[in-house]
Design a protein around this ligand. Structure first.
Ligand SMILES: C[S@@+](CC[C@H](N)C(=O)[O-])C[C@H]1O[C@@H](n2cnc3c(N)ncnc32)[C@H](O)[C@@H]1O
Length: 396
């Protein structure tokens, strides 16, 4: 891709090592692996994958900017929702996929300000490198809070309180499915002349086929035009595990995506798979594996269905803009005086990015799934769209 920046020689060498690991896997699997497996190695293989290696990913020097990296107001707003859950449960916070640790930091500093700190803030992070960075950052920027933090290797058996994840489900490996002429195929990855290439296989059974058959995108069931999209079994399985673990409290996930009817819309026939490299988005996952982020939008209907199947209640689904307003973003902004433009104007620009429908306000959603919670979650008090997520999947 000539238009994208060239990597440094060590980065190129790293990508070649990732390619070698994927090629080895393809050879060992008879010449084909699912795209989900390709994505899992490219993103998460220990020491090699995009998230596991020491690359800078977040912010201006990396490949993309997430909401917590953009503004401390994001974590400060979520603190209002966290405070409600902590008051009702007396529990802890468990953050999944904490990235640079910025959200954890902003959230805990705001909870301290409100005198509402949880006894423990646990982080479940797949990447050993990021775990180390999170610990170092919190130790440096809020050493007084560090004793409350712990890093987990696996989910606990039981948990009460708030489970939180921002842009985590989109980083879980998604299967690619193509519907064509009344048949369903899985898109996977093969090799030819030392290069990765797409190869389809008919789906002959299993959960992927069951879900694909329940989702025939309108107009593509019998025609010759192919319709390709993603089904994220890993994200569904993860939500089920969280659902089984949660005794009392709420799971709050924020990410970009839609409900199933919009996700599998006839006009979205090429799916939602995206790659991010140095702040440029493109659609070639075979470009420099290990050096770029791979992501698929989240199907919030499937997320809700998986969690409710594990006994949770869908207690809110809203645009990020509505969620943040309900959590008091405007009041947080008002803490800074407009008469101090050097402090105020950057915050206004951040709020615009978080809230504007043309930026993150509408594409990004917040979803809440709860157990034994007696109050309506604060973040969904207005603008709740739970009714737009059809359940169960077989009704789609
Ligand atoms: C796109 S980054 C988002 C980071 C951070 N939450 C933010 O908003 O800046 C995805 C994060 O999820 C982590 N991750 C992905 N899959 C995970 C899993 N199954 N368990 C725990 N962490 C995971 C990655 O290592 C990374 O920290």
């Amino acid at each position: 891709m000539p238009s994208l920046p060239q990597p440094s020689p060590p980065a190129l060498e790293h990508s070649q090592a990732v390619c070698a690991a994927i090629s080895h896997e393809i050879a060992g699997c008879g010449g084909w692996i699912s795209f989900a497996r390709f994505m899992e190695i490219a993103l998460h293989a220990p020491g090699l994958g995009y998230y596991s290696s020491g690359l800078d990913k977040f912010g201006a020097g990396g490949d993309f900017v997430t909401a917590p990296e953009m503004s401390a107001l994001f974590g400060q707003s979520i603190a209002a929702q966290a405070a409600q859950v902590l008051r009702l449960t007396g529990g802890d916070i468990l953050e999944v996929g904490a990235g640079s640790g910025k959200l954890a930091l902003d959230l805990m500093l705001e909870l301290a300000r409100r005198d509402a700190l949880p006894p423990r803030y646990c982080i479940l992070e797949l990447s050993a490198d990021l775990r180390q960075r999170q610990r170092a950052r919190i130790g440096c920027e809020a050493p007084h809070l560090l004793p409350r933090f712990s890093w987990l290797d696996t989910l606990p058996q039981h948990f009460s309180g708030l489970v939180l994840g921002n842009e985590v489900l989109d980083a879980m490996p998604a299967h690619l499915v193509t519907w064509r002429a009344g048949r369903v195929f899985e898109r996977g990855v093969a090799m030819q002349d030392g290069r990765f290439l797409w190869r389809e296989r008919p789906l002959s059974g299993g959960e992927l086929l069951r879900q694909a058959q329940a989702l025939p995108p309108a107009g593509f069931v019998s025609g010759d035009i192919a319709y390709t999209s993603e089904i994220n079994l890993a994200a569904q399985g993860f939500m089920r595990s969280l659902g089984r673990m949660l005794e009392q409290g709420m799971i709050l996930m924020l990410d970009y995506g839609f409900g199933a009817s919009e996700y599998y819309h006839p006009q979205r026939g090429a799916g939602t798979l995206m790659c991010h490299y140095r702040h440029q988005a493109h659609d070639d996952p075979f470009f420099l594996p290990g050096l770029q982020d791979l992501t698929a939008h989240v199907d919030f209907s499937a997320v809700a269905q998986a969690a409710t199947g594990a006994g949770l209640t869908l207690s809110g689904y809203a645009s990020q803009a509505n969620f943040l307003i309900n959590c008091g973003l405007t009041e947080l902004l008002a803490r800074t005086s407009p008469e101090d433009p050097a402090a105020y104007l950057p915050l206004v620009a951040q709020v615009q990015k978080l809230m504007s429908p043309a930026e993150m306000g509408e594409l990004f959603k917040a979803i809440a799934l709860s157990r034994n919670m007696q109050e309506t979650p604060l973040g969904f008090s207005r603008g709740d769209r739970s009714h737009t997520l059809p359940l169960p999947i077989t009704q789609i």
